[in-house]
Design a protein around this ligand. Structure first.
Ligand code: PLP
Length: 291
């Protein structure tokens, strides 16, 4: 069965789904996006994702064609039209069709695209064994240049890091900011465990404030753990008792080695395992119903 893609209010068969080459999303990466998951017919933290999409759009002064509730309804409709229960949903809002110059004022109407599909980021065994990662020379975009809190269509910073990871033969890599503080992976946030407490970099260092990250902070606090949003260096990462990454696609994945330094025992730790379990439970029990 052919999948349907939402494009500017219409459901279009996947093979026919396209946007203009004059769209500034294509020409300049001028636009914003979201990656959202549906589990068992429910969309996880839909409101939060749509909120972040609108906040990203607000920052780049991209005028949305309708309100957040309508956008959320369109997401639900797209999943329903594709008869999906478990899905990875991509919402893309680009500046729209303009001329070959940069000026966004030439783009009269933005383009809204919603794709509901599936995604597998890491093989199952890596959730059991944990990931080996590296830190890379490419620095995270500076907050005063292109703030990583904008989930923009310009992901070259992240793609350069992915290339460095690929070349080193690892599946994910960690970026530092220009002051040498740990920020995040190419597509996920990072947590460490130190003296039994969770620490994750604050957003002002240059991270995308992940919806999964925030759900994990909530969960951990509910379970009685102390969570700090505080800057730390590679040294803190190397001597951490545990480390894990969080993201919509990855959920929670343990990290057992950074730059060839073993983290903790070299096996996914007890706090990571506990949070993985409670996150899975949470993701499969709450959310906006599709059907
Ligand atoms: N950091 C970056 C750069 C990302 O692209 C993502 C994925 O969206 C995340 C972190 C994790 O955010 P979330 O948990 O909202 O998916």
């Amino acid at each position: 069965m052919s999948r349907l893609v939402f494009i500017n209010g219409k459901m279009v068969p996947r093979q026919e789904a396209g946007v203009s080459v004059f769209d500034h999303g294509f020409l300049y990466g001028d636009g914003v996006f979201e990656g959202i998951r549906a589990y068992n017919g429910r969309i996880f933290r839909l409101k939060e994702h749509i909120r972040r999409l609108y906040q990203s759009a607000h920052h780049i002064m991209l005028e949305m064609p309708y309100d957040e509730e309508t956008m959320a309804r369109n997401v639900v409709e797209t999943v329903r039209a594709n008869h999906l229960k478990d899905a990875y949903i991509r919402v893309v809002v680009s500046r729209g069709v303009g001329d070959l110059g940069l000026d966004p004022r030439k783009c009269k109407e933005c383009s809204v695209v919603i794709i509901a599909d599936s995604i597998v980021l890491y093989p199952d065994e890596l959730y059991e064994q944990g990931l080996k990662v590296i830190s890379v020379p490419t620095r995270r975009n500076a907050v005063d240049a292109l703030d990583p809190q904008i989930k923009s269509l310009n992901y070259l910073n992240n793609i350069l890091v992915k290339i460095e990871a690929n070349q080193a033969g690892v599946m994910e890599a960690i970026m530092l900011n220009r002051d040498g503080y740990v920020t995040e992976g190419s597509g996920d946030n990072l947590f460490i465990v130190r003296r039994g407490n969770l620490i994750t970099p604050p957003s002002y260092l240059g991270i995308l404030e992940g919806i999964t990250r925030n759900a994990v902070i909530e969960l951990a606090r509910k379970e009685g753990l102390t969570v700090l949003e505080a800057p730390f260096t590679r040294h803190d990462l190397y001597i951490a008792e545990e480390c894990f990454l969080t993201g919509t696609a990855a959920e929670i994945i343990p990290v057992i080695e950074v730059d060839m330094r073993r983290i903790g025992t070299g096996r996914p730790g007890p706090i990571t395992r506990r949070l993985m379990e409670s996150f899975r439970e949470l993701a499969r029990s709450e959310g906006t119903p599709v059907y």
